[in-house]
Design a protein around this ligand. Structure first.
Ligand code: HEC
Length: 109
């Protein structure tokens, strides 16, 4: 009696929370990222000295940061304005795009 109820509750919770992190579309993210490129670079290697690199960051992390700027939990004047223009879909697409970029690091010679 309890088991089916439990299953239903979990299913409902997942439906309302958007389920397991929705996979974004990197192609849509790339198109949207044009507005980010002036500071974060066309391939997520930042050109502005105060902007962090985004290439290769985990989608989970990028999504969380963009949501935090949008809600005001993470404070930054510029990123707050930008994040407020993004929908949930925009955020997951952008996160998928930057996460899909492959980076390589080298230790100094
Ligand atoms: C005018 C310059 C500018 C533009 C345009 C811009 N950003 Fe940023 N972004 C910044 C700066 C500066 C920071 C560092 C903010 C801080 O200190 O919290 C930042 C931080 C971030 C972070 C946090 C990275 C981390 O390592 O924690 C993410 C994610 C991000 N930006 C995504 C975007 C996306 C996606 C766009 C386009 C929709 C965008 N930004 C457009 C300047 C910019």
């Amino acid at each position: 009696m309890l088991r089916p109820l439990l299953g239903l509750t979990v299913a409902l919770l997942m439906a309302f929370s958007g389920g397991p992190a929705q996979a974004g579309d990197p192609v849509a993210g790339r198109a949207k990222s044009q507005m980010c490129a002036v500071c974060h670079g066309p391939l997520g290697l930042s050109t502005a000295p105060d902007a962090p690199h985004l290439a290769g960051q985990p989608a989970l992390y990028l999504t969380a940061q963009l949501q935090a700027y949008r809600s005001g939990v993470r404070k930054h004047e510029v990123m707050a304005v930008i994040a407020r223009m993004l929908s949930d879909d925009d955020i997951s697409h952008l996160a998928a795009w930057y996460a899909s970029l492959r980076i390589e690091v080298q230790s100094p010679p």
